[in-house]
Design a protein around this ligand. Structure first.
Ligand SMILES: N[C@@H](CCC(=O)N[C@@H](CS)C(=O)NCC(=O)O)C(=O)O
Length: 254
């Protein structure tokens, strides 16, 4: 793919807009769903700009300008709270924090409430997300089956499910009584629990929380949004060639 041959992914996002609007660079994966879950819950106006990661859109220079790690999601806020120039944000955890601060929603304002939300948000982006990601990689996508790697990540996923289950024993949501960005961060990684070789019967508190988050209207709308962009159940061989084996010198499109 040649970047210059393509219409810009940024689709006019750098033009100042009168109405409040978030431009979302998105593909319907767990990290993408986190952000549509927030946007749907908060009722913010947003426009989706698809970043087809199996086709290599994440390597396009206009996307890299806002997301230098060649990963989606990313956002552009064309009407930031300080009234200044538009703001771009990459990394799902940073985006959730940014949007929570912008709207004053899904993040408590007291010291202790903020502390617990940030603990579980960082726990997800540094633990559950990467470990469950490796679980999927070795169990579903690796060209050869490596039993040690599969066992390591299935076990680590299981340990993390146990941490969530214990934490949820005496609280409705991760930060207590109120739904927060910590819940939005973790939920999409639990959705494929069967593929992660986990048994929800072993985690009754996690199941209760999972069902509660799944039934929220915002969650339903967020996942419905994703359906328009991809109905591919698995990553194709072409997609694997784009996604796997990236190095510093080979993180680009052919
Ligand atoms: N730490 C990042 C991870 C984002 C991430 O891994 N995104 C994946 C899709 S879920 C991606 O863009 N992959 C493209 C690639 O591997 O080249 C975040 O939380 O935003």
């Amino acid at each position: 793919m040649h970047v210059g041959d393509q219409p810009s992914l940024l689709c006019g996002a750098f033009v100042h807009k009168e109405t409040e609007m978030i431009d979302l660079y998105y593909w319907p994966t767990p990290n993408g769903h986190k952000i549509t879950m927030f946007l749907e819950e908060a009722g913010l106006e947003y426009a989706i700009h698809p970043v087809d990661i199996s086709a290599g859109d994440q390597f396009r220079s206009d996307f890299l300008a806002i997301s230098p790690n060649n990963r989606m999601p990313a956002i552009i806020d064309t009407t930031p709270a300080d009234g200044g120039e538009m703001v771009s944000v990459f990394e799902s955890g940073a985006i959730l924090l940014y949007l929570a601060e912008k709207t004053g929603r899904f993040m408590p304002s007291d010291v202790r409430g903020r502390k617990i939300v940030t603990e579980w948000l960082f726990w997800q982006v540094g633990g559950l997300g990467p470990m469950a990601g490796q679980n999927h990689h070795f169990a579903l996508y690796a060209p050869t089956s490596i039993p040690y790697a599969i066992e390591r990540y299935v076990n680590e996923t299981n340990r993390l499910y146990g941490v969530l289950d214990r934490h949820l024993e005496d609280r409705a949501f991760l930060a207590g009584d109120r739904y927060s960005i910590a819940d939005m961060a973790s939920y999409p990684r639990i959705v494929p629990w069967k593929r992660q070789q986990q048994n929800m019967d072993d985690f009754p508190n996690l199941r209760r929380w999972f069902d509660m988050v799944r039934q929220r209207a915002g969650t339903q709308r967020a996942y419905a949004k994703g359906e328009a962009y991809s109905n591919r159940p698995t990553i194709t061989e072409e997609g694997k060639a784009v996604l796997f084996g990236q190095t510093a010198s080979r993180a680009s499109v052919a």
